[in-house]
Write a protein that binds this ligand. Sequence first.
Ligand code: FAD
Ligand code: NAP
Length: 313
Amino acid sequence: MILDCAIIGGGPAGLTAGLYTTRGGLENVVMFEKGMPGGQITQSSEIENYPGVTGDITGMDLMMPWPEQCQKFGLKHDMAEVSRISKEGDVFTITKSDGTTIQAHSAIVCTGSSPRRAGFKGEDEFYGKGVSTCATCDGFFYKGKEVAVIGGGDTALEEALYLAKICSKVYLIHRRDTFRAAPNTVKRVKENEKIELVLNSAPQEVYGDASGVNGIKVKNKENELRDIQVPGVFIFVGNNVNNQTLIQEDGSFLCDVNKQGQVIVDLRMKTSISGLFAAGDIRIEAPKQVISAAGDGAVAGISAISYVDELLN
Ligand code: FAD
Ligand code: NAP
């Protein structure tokens, strides 16, 4: 059997693509998601910019009903990691990490992005032992204690605010003295008495022992070293796109990507390969928002329906 459409990734983009393709009439649509559906927003402690959703809700709350809504229209979920998407003639082959393959007439890549490492000493060594990239997952371990947050974007500032509710103090360490985060978020951080801004400071080393992290050393513009003694360090320094499934045996990409590895698409989410679409954080110029990822998923789903209709009829 050849699937009408294979969707890789089950975040906001993949789930919306699943909703539109199945509700729009495609048969045999499978969404391959290696974990629980919902995507990276499920790690967020709050979401206040999804239209129509008001109140104090987490990313997990927001995403909870999405899979069931898609399944109602026939979307199948295969809890599997995809290692490669390739194409021969008009048929795509989806290779899973266990080596099994499945064929599809069209494919929508929605594999999103993953937290970037900052690249300082001790970061990898203490990852999961005091160094974290998820405040909602690990913040509770530091209840009543002091923690450090690295970064100056929306994620770092929002998660610093979240951690300030649980922890006794948050050191927000940023390498510049201005932030990328939204002005309102910056204002809330500056007004929060539990957050100390450590600006123009770059992390040098996270240190500790067998029981975990003991602190982080940072260097400011004047080359002065400061030792901040905390048991928890949260790193939010941006994301890398998850484009590995597009890499072919010879190392080339299945479709055109830009220098950052983001997939080049047009306004219909079409890539340079016919029948292959990309949606959400993985695409060029992605605003990296739930609402835009979902919008992309809808566009890609509609485009896939047209493509499959034309191919088979
Ligand atoms: P993702 O959400 O990254 O989903 C991709 C999915 O693909 C994942 O579930 C992953 O497991 C799966 N996957 C990856 N590779 C494979 C593979 N090889 N095989 C199978 N499955 C695979 N946006 C907002 O609009 N408002 C906010 O308040 C907000 N807060 C945020 C807070 C945090 C902490 C973070 C990290 C992000 C936040 N964002 C927010 C951004 C938002 O979460 C993303 O823009 C959005 O989730 C992107 O959706 P996506 O579907 O493109 O990708
Ligand atoms: P980001 O906007 O790329 O910010 C990354 C931050 O980390 C920057 O401040 C950067 O410093 C710093 N940084 C990068 N590499 C570093 C290193 N090696 N060492 C120290 N600091 C480093 O990433 P993000 O905050 O994760 O946000 C990603 C996207 O998701 C953005 O588009 C954001 O708007 C969106 N998002 C939106 C919301 C929301 O709408 N509420 C919430 C979360 C995320 P410089 O500033 O000096 O470059």
